[in-house]
Design a protein. Structure first.
Lengths: 220, 220
DNA sequence: ACTATTTTTTAGGTGAACCTAAATTTATAT
DNA sequence: ATATAAATTTAGGTTCACCTAAAAAATAGT
């Protein structure tokens, strides 16, 4: 059994390791969790004892299969709750993260199964992120950072990397939503900003930073 | 700001004091929280420092106005979540308590307001208990323990005192639900058990212990 | 009224999850 | 290659929420 704090660390490790593909350093974790490195070392040892990560001193941590499953359970709950908040309670997509951070730790398999059916077994959350099924399976969709695409690329906004209220409010303001059609008109050499057309209507300029956080599925 | 554990103590104090009407002893609290008396003394001191209870050594604790408001907020959340679980997620009324014990600590006023409207501003939870409004006001309904009524009494089951799964499953089994009409046919002198008619149909015998936990609104 | 019993508190200890300061290991730069 | 810098760990300390054992106060019984 993992504590609430342990679950949060594990989730951070999962995300920082890009779903287990790479190792995570102590400092990266400390940064992400807003804790000191020494505290992270403490926790790492505990998580290692519990078998959810593997750890070699000074070498960073890797999530184990057991840890991956635990992390995906929390992520499944987080994303289902976010969907509930937006679809049923009419939250805006920029208001859900903090609340879902709390709800994701509620421990009741029955609740999650019932919530899942209540929502109609959604595949993605309001930010376009896939919701793992009860066995921890995710159907990843091939998507590209807008910043990596070239002029002329057309696609559909599939998800956002940055879920912060500030970013999401900015997107709403300029008319970008999940599912919107996006076409790259021009890319500015000097700062990487780009001009795009949204839904064949609006032309807007977005910064390089913004385009890095927009993931599109390219039209073929 | 109260911790999760502090909220649980405060809620227990509220209930054990009959909504603040009487003092609560250390042992009663220890019993209720499944902790040792020494631990309770610790916590009592902390709650007293925070101003949510008043405490005189060896004299038990009394909830303060500030404490009462805090307790009612938790109770409001608990009962709204129970209603959600039963009305929207199709939980049985005997399955909701444990989950609601977790959900009641989620801290988001916006969430609770939205949940309240989603549910249509319910006045009572699935066990017939009144849901405090956002200002902590409760509309108590005049109700009597079935065990205190006399032969011939007719009324409607309004709420249950004991919310344990075992009791609720028993009630379901013999056909008793909130809102059912109940008429007392006979009371056995020797053990206080009684024969009742449910919804003018079923005749059943229930123990004194059961009748003490059934609260009816008498028909006038 | 005084002793025995019960209730409550105090004293001191534990693990979880943090901290700072110091020591150690690894990485970087010339 | 070695000195310096950066990253990480160790050592020791804190608060919260529990514990046991012992002491103190309140209550009950004769």
């Amino acid at each position: 059994m993992l504590s609430l704090v342990e679950e949060n660390y594990l989730k951070a490790i999962y995300h920082l390791s890009d779903a287990g593909k790479s190792a995570v350093t102590t400092n990266a974790l400390a940064d992400n969790m807003n804790n000191r490195a020494a505290s992270v070392t403490d926790m790492i040892k505990r998580l290692s004892t519990k078998g959810v990560i593997s750890y070699e001193k000074y070498r960073g941590v890797n999530i184990s299969e057991k840890g991956r499953r635990a992390a995906l359970k929390v992520i499944r709950k987080h994303r289902l709750w976010e969907t509930f908040l937006v679809e049923k309670l009419n939250f805006n997509w920029d208001e859900v993260h903090e609340v879902a951070e709390q709800l994701e730790h509620i421990d009741s398999p029955l609740l999650i199964e019932k919530l899942d059916s209540f929502l109609g077994h959604p595949k993605v959350d309001p930010h376009g992120h896939p919701i793992p099924d009860k066995h921890g399976r995710i159907h990843e969709v091939k998507q590209v950072q807008l910043s990596e695409a070239k002029v002329g690329t057309q696609g559909v906004l599939h998800s956002v990397n940055d879920g912060s209220p500030k970013f999401l409010q900015y997107l709403s303001k300029i008319g970008i939503r999940i599912g919107a059609r996006i076409e790259i008109v021009e890319i500015m050499e000097f700062d990487g900003s780009m001009e795009i057309i949204i839904d064949d209507e609006e032309r807007v300029f977005i910064s390089r930073q913004a385009s890095e956080n927009l993931l599109i599925r390219e039209a073929t």
